[in-house]
Write a protein of this length. Structure first.
Length: 357
């Protein structure tokens, strides 16, 4: 979805928890409830799993899992935890201040929280002179979405969506939700080539698409890698495969592929989607699903893990800017995109006990 807001409107961004920090999560009946908190850097790196676990224990909670995509960490836990107590305990354990991090809290079952549709938002602001220049040059706004894989070197990032004027304006709000699909394709992965899905299916974390047909079709089953999306080729026919996500378009969300990997016969690929988005403007026109290995203009990589809204500014001469937080990184012209957008999955997740050891 694209929203245009009045120029000068203040958009919410960063650090405000969705619940009061003075009230703990409570037990629901006789069943232990599961909760989570996403910790994002705001002047200091997120502590390691051992420190996080110790702080949660001190606050009266029990960690059930920690995932650390990018610079943030998601902590799943049970127990009666006052948010401010945990934040203070984390600060003491790490030798920092509670304000060195942003906290986003939620509740529900751990897997459902990750897999259910969750809203994300990036706001792009720019001065009138930059907008005029972009429009006059027929420039497009391009977006790419990051993913983690067991075999990052074999993958390629694809153009997730593109917007031409008037799709962008002085203040443009990009909204999307997490509703992934697994896809297969008969297209070959080549630089600047386009990959289109010949078959796709809705998939949730922990599920696997089993490819059984010679055309790449198959069925989704509940036997995939936990907290990941799996595509298993049960045939001897090779395909291209990957995951798709709802993309921002003027007509509304459309599911577009975000990455492409070779899928050999009787083998499989495992993916973990992460909420990092690369944005760039360019006068070069390419289609969604195109394999792009190098940036064709300066861009910005934005981490929206935890659903925290982010705001960035674009100036046609000054480039991209933001509030200085570590949730964004400038990407120079002609930068290699594969290491930025296809991360190794060894960094994704593991039981808290193993991370803390």
């Amino acid at each position: 979805m694209i929203e245009e807001v009045d120029h000068g409107a203040v958009m919410g961004c960063g650090g405000q928890a969705s619940h009061s920090t003075e009230h703990p999560h409570k037990w629901k009946g006789t069943t232990m409830s599961h909760f989570f908190v996403v910790i994002s850097p705001n002047g200091a790196n997120v502590p390691n799993a051992k420190v996080i676990t110790a702080a949660m224990t001190a606050a009266g909670g029990s960690v059930t899992g920690i995932t650390q995509p990018g610079t943030s960490a998601r902590v799943d836990y049970t127990g009666d935890v006052v948010h401010s107590t945990f934040a203070n305990a984390l600060a003491r354990a790490a030798g920092k201040k509670p304000t060195n991090w942003e906290f986003a809290w939620g509740d529900g079952s751990s897997d459902a929280l990750v897999a259910d549709p969750t809203g994300y938002q990036i706001t792009i602001t720019m001065p009138q002179s930059s907008l005029d220049s972009l429009v006059n040059e027929n420039a497009f706004l391009y977006a790419f979405k990051a993913v983690q894989s067991e075999q990052p070197a074999s993958g390629a990032p694809l153009v997730w969506f593109k917007l031409g004027a008037p799709g962008y304006s002085l203040d443009t709000v990009l909204n999307w939700q997490v509703q992934y699909q697994a896809y297969t394709s008969t297209n070959t992965i080549v630089p600047n080539g386009q990959v289109t899905a010949s078959f796709n299916a809705d998939i949730d974390l922990g599920q696997a698409l089993h490819v059984t047909g010679v055309g790449g079709d198959g069925q989704v089953k509940d036997d995939g890698t936990p907290k990941a999306l799996t595509i298993a080729n049960d045939t001897t026919t090779p395909f291209t495969c990957g995951i798709s996500a709802p993309a921002v378009t003027p007509a509304g969300p459309v599911s577009n592929p975000i990455c492409a990997f070779p899928l050999y016969g009787e083998s499989g690929d495992v993916f973990v989607p992460i909420e990092k988005v690369l944005l760039m403007f360019s006068t070069k026109e390419v289609d969604t699903g195109t394999v792009i290995e190098q940036s064709y203009s300066a861009g910005v990589l934005v981490d929206v893990t935890g659903g925290i809204p982010r705001t960035v500014n674009f100036d046609i001469n000054g480039g991209w800017a933001w509030d200085g937080g570590r949730w964004a990184v400038s990407i120079p012209f002609n930068e290699q995109l594969v290491p930025l957008l296809i991360e190794p999955s060894s960094n994704v997740s593991a039981p808290a006990e193993r991370l803390a050891s």
